[in-house]
Each structure stands twice: as C-alpha cells, then as structure tokens.
Design a binder for this molecule. Structure first.
Ligand SMILES: Cc1cc2nc3c(=O)[nH]c(=O)nc-3n(C[C@H](O)[C@H](O)[C@H](O)COP(=O)(O)OP(=O)(O)OC[C@H]3O[C@@H](n4cnc5c(N)ncnc54)[C@H](O)[C@@H]3O)c2cc1C
Ligand code: FES
Length: 272
C-alpha cells in the first residue's frame, strides 16, 4: 500500500523543561528512531487541534529522542504547552534543507541567535561541538529580551567554557541579577574575532532581528553567499505542495528553511 506522506509518527512526551515563562523544551520519544539533519524541520501534530512546523533543538546524532524548544505563540503551541508528560503527539518529516556543514569546515563560524531562535542553533551547536576539530572556531552572539527570557540557562555556562568557542549573551533590558552585556544583539557584533576571508555568519531569530543582523554582517564585510538565514516563513504542508511558504521563486519548506542571503536578496516576501 502507498505510504501516506501526511501520516505522523507517534511520539510520547518524556520530559518538559520550562526554559522561560513562555518557552518550553519538550523531549519526545518517537515510536521508532527518527533521523534529521541539523537545520531541517518537522511538522508537529496535535490531533483535533492542528499542525505547526518546528526545527528540532536536539543533537541530530541521537535517533531515539527528539527535543523541540517551543514558544507559546498561538493555537497549537498553547495546546502543547498545556500537555503533560506521558501524553502523545505526532511528528512527520524531516523536511527541507538544513545547514551545509561541509561548507563550514576549516572556517570561523559566527552564529547569531535571538530569543527562541537559539533552538535550531542548539542542534547546530551540538553538531559543531562534536566535530570541533573540523572548524576553525565558533563565535556565538545570543540576544534575549531580558535575563528571564534566556533559554538553555543550564547549558550556556558549559558552552562558554569550551575550547575554540567564544560565546556571549546580551539582553535588551537588564535587571539587578544581570551582570552581563546589555544592548540589542547587533551591538555585540563589533570587533568580532573573525577572519572575514574565511568566515560564515549564521542567523536565526525573529524577522526584525534577522533583518538588522544581516545588514550589520554585510556592513562588516561578510559576503552575501556566506550569510546563512533560517527562514521561518508561515508553512502548512511542509512538502512543497500548498505554496504557503513561497519566497519569490523558492518554497521555504523544500528549498530552505536555511538559505544564503545571496539566494534571497531582492526576492519579494523575504522580510530582509
Ligand atoms: C521551519 C520553521 C521552524 C520553526 N521552529 C520553531 C522552533 O524551533 N520553536 C518555536 O517556538 N517556533 C518555531 N517556529 C515557529 C512556529 O512554527 C510558530 O510559532 C507556530 O507555527 C505557531 O503555531 P500556533 O498554532 O501556536 O500559532 P497560530 O495560532 O497559528 O498563530 C499565532 C501567531 O503567530 C503567528 N505565526 C504563526 N506562524 C508563524 C511563523 N512561522 N513565524 C512568525 N509568526 C508566526 C501568527 O501570524 C499569529 O499571529 C518555526 C517555524 C518554521 C516555519
Ligand atoms: S509549506 Fe506547503 S509548499 Fe511549503
């Protein structure tokens, strides 16, 4: 019998981590091993409620678990945030093209994340860290609205201490508990320890942040072909059929969600 491409795989919620007041990480145990490449996305199904796309935040080398870090934004995400350990969701995918790790080998890798945009980047970090000798260095600049909005608070101090990693967090607005940098993430992109002749910039975050970080990277001298953007366009089928995710000549679900700025510049609907 022909396989139904819309049929999700069952996955049990094994653990829920409250990252911030509005963001939770869900550790799922799929009923069968599930493979994805870093930067690819899945469609999450809540029966009777709907589907929404998410990029796994976990280590792609782990096949028997899948983690999704999800902000409560609307119908599906609110229902998911109200679910408990032991309940079952559906996942289908993986879809799209992820980060081209081969092209990053031997390079300085600048990663700029904003808010829940660190979720797909966490999966990328796991991939880079496990093969760190293949890369020159990894520079991360993560921007969050406030200290309480920072995700992965347990992991970041460990990542900061890693060899060949330069990780800095900045918040838009500080509070008495915060001794770190205060300012939009674009303010911590000056004087980067990056060799522009041998570097890539990878950006993921809210559209307005992606726009201004891209402009900043161009201003600093990054080439359009060396800037990688994760385009979280509105999606439906995830399979290149419905057209919801069109960006000019591209379908974000099939040709992306990771694109270079070179591919996107000048196209309509790219929010850059
Ligand atoms: C490839 C991809 C990967 C994603 N990965 C993650 C992730 O790892 N973690 C995460 O929290 N979110 C991620 N998102 C965004 C996530 O899909 C949306 O937040 C989700 O679809 C909202 O569904 P909902 O039913 O809860 O909200 P809805 O009820 O559909 O909408 C709530 C509000 O959010 C807006 N909205 C819906 N979808 C998007 C979107 N894609 N971008 C911006 N605004 C949107 C709507 O216009 C509306 O105002 C990703 C999106 C894409 C396309
Ligand atoms: S989401 Fe349907 S074509 Fe891309």
């Amino acid at each position: 019998m022909k396989k139904n491409i819309y049929q999700p795989l069952k996955a049990t919620i094994e653990e829920i981590i409250q990252e911030t007041p509005t963001i939770k990480t869900f550790r799922l145990k799929p009923e069968a091993d599930f493979s994805f490449a870093t930067g690819q996305f899945i469609e999450l199904t809540l029966p009777g409620i709907g589907e929404a796309p998410f990029t796994p935040s976990s280590d792609p080398k782990v096949k028997d678990r899948l983690e999704l870090t999800i902000m409560n934004a609307g119908q599906v995400t609110c229902a998911l945030h109200n679910m408990n350990k032991g309940e079952v969701v559906g996942i289908r995918g993986p879809y799209g093209l992820g980060y081209p790790l081969d092209k990053f080998k031997g390079k300085d890798i600048l990663i700029v994340g904003g808010g829940v945009g660190l979720a797909p980047l966490r999966s990328l970090l796991f991939s880079l860290f496990s093969d760190i000798d293949k890369y020159n260095k990894v520079i991360v600049r993560y921007g969050s609205r406030s200290p309480s909005d920072i995700v992965y608070k347990d992991s970041i101090p460990k990542w900061i201490k890693k060899d060949k990693v330069d990780f800095l967090v900045s918040v838009d607005v500080g509070d008495p508990s915060w001794a770190g940098n205060v300012g939009l993430v674009t303010t911590v992109l000056n004087n980067l320890p990056v060799n522009l002749n041998n570097a890539v910039g990878i950006v993921c975050g809210p559209p307005i942040m992606m726009k201004f970080v891209t402009l900043k990277l161009l201003d600093l001298g990054f080439k359009p072909a060396d800037i990688y953007l994760s385009m979280e366009k509105s999606m439906s089928c995830g399979l290149g059929k419905c057209g919801h995710c069109r960006i000019g000549k591209f379908y974000a679900c099939k040709d992306g969600p990771v694109f270079t700025y070179e591919q996107l510049k000048g196209l309509p609907d790219n929010y850059l």
